[in-house]
Write a protein that binds this ligand. Structure first.
Ligand SMILES: NC(=O)c1ccc[n+]([C@@H]2O[C@H](COP(=O)([O-])OP(=O)(O)OC[C@H]3O[C@@H](n4cnc5c(N)ncnc54)[C@H](OP(=O)(O)O)[C@@H]3O)[C@@H](O)[C@H]2O)c1
Length: 336
């Protein structure tokens, strides 16, 4: 099988100076792909040269991914130290972070997770696959106190050597302003939605300024996302004029342009695919034929502020709309 030259894959740095690859593989099947297809893609992708794999307990496939990791170690394709594996604590385990982490470690068959995220910054639970307008009566707005209780448990996991770095996901600048001064161990990374039509410049710049690595999810605009995450106003990244023009000029799929843009901007995109030609091109594309400064600027100008993962299933009763989750007026939203 063809393999990528690791030296050609661009790298990004954590605040400690440790490097990770500038592109990783996502593992959320969007209700469309099951654990077997996804774990086989992880196997093929690591054989091809991926070293960063983005996992989560709620994706319900860590056990199958663990089996292919074992296969790869047994076959001598990679050693544990060559890989950078993330996982995340789901909303219903915020009071039992240690238990969640230990289960992920067991499922993945690992002794340590490299980067462990708080997946969403509130304990609002929804059943997998529930409809977009369902509300859990126990759901509530973000609380600094509650979040810090969860974060303290993440810090303990670092102390215990079960995880190497900890990170936050789906945060906003007001929430970060409130919690960062309280952290004993700072987040190494911020996982956030980032693609050409949703560039989040303020949050991105905030993360970079605080030496927190932005990891970009839905880097291709998640064309296979579940129905509950679709609205009529959504923009397809592949159809943005700047992305389409660059795809034509470089003779590649618009998905590859989204990834070149992401890697050159400085975030770490984690595209998902179970299809070999797709996941291979998603890594290869950042090793060759970069976008020009003009193409980068044209994509920057094409930002549509189009959030795809609105998170409406995490809303509390009485909340007016998904915007309440994202502190759009610059303050942490409280219960109306
Ligand atoms: N922290 C969080 O809250 C959070 C939220 C969402 C996602 N994530 C992470 O981010 C990862 C990526 O996000 P995502 O899976 O939603 O979206 P994505 O990576 O933007 O889109 C994935 C889809 O794009 C298509 N695709 C992939 N490579 C392609 C290529 N080279 N050419 C053409 N089409 C291509 C595939 O569609 P087809 O299968 O139809 O071909 C694939 O299913 C997830 O898997 C997960 O690990 C994290």
């Amino acid at each position: 099988m063809e393999k990528i030259d690791q030296n050609k894959v661009p790298k990004r740095k954590f605040y400690t100076g440790e490097e990770i690859p500038a592109v990783g593989l996502g593992t959320f099947g969007s209700d469309k792909y099951g654990p077997e297809a996804i774990s086989e893609a992880v196997y093929g992708a690591i054989k091809f040269g991926y070293r960063l794999i983005d996992c989560a307990a709620v994706y319900q496939n860590e056990a199958q991914i663990g089996q292919v990791l074992k296969r790869l170690f047994d076959e001598g394709v990679v050693e544990r130290k060559d890989l950078f594996i993330t996982s995340k604590v789901w909303n219903d385990m915020h009071e039992k972070v240690g238990e969640s982490c230990r289960q992920s470690l067991k499922d993945l068959g690992l002794e340590t997770i490299d980067l462990f995220f708080v997946h969403w910054p509130f304990p609002n639970y929804h059943a997998p696959g529930c409809s977009g307008d369902s509300r859990n009566p126990d759901s509530r707005p973000f609380s600094v106190e509650e979040f810090m209780k969860t974060w303290r448990q993440c810090e303990e996991l670092v102390d215990q050597g079960l995880v190497r770095y900890i990170g936050m996901s789906n945060m906003t600048v007001p929430k970060l302003e409130a919690v960062l001064p309280l952290c004993r161990i700072k987040p190494a990374a911020l996982e956030m939605e980032l693609h050409p039509s949703f560039q989040q410049p303020k949050l991105f710049d905030y993360a970079v300024k605080h030496d927190i690595l932005p990891i970009g999810y839905c880097p291709l605009g998640s064309p296979s996302r579940p129905e509950r995450d679709r609205t009529a106003e959504d923009v397809a990244d592949s159809e943005l004029p700047s992305v389409a023009a660059a795809a034509k000029a470089h003779g590649v799929h618009p998905a590859n342009i989204c990834l070149k843009w992401a890697a050159q901007r400085g975030q770490v995109p984690i595209p998902f695919s179970v299809k070999e030609p797709q996941y291979q091109s998603n890594l290869t594309c950042v090793t060759e034929d970069p976008l020009t400064a003009e193409e980068m600027e044209a994509i920057t100008r094409d930002d549509r502020n189009c959030r795809l993962i609105k998170g409406q299933v995490f809303l509390w009763e009485g909340a007016h709309g998904w915007e309440a989750l994202w502190d759009l007026d610059g303050r942490i939203t409280e219960k109306e």
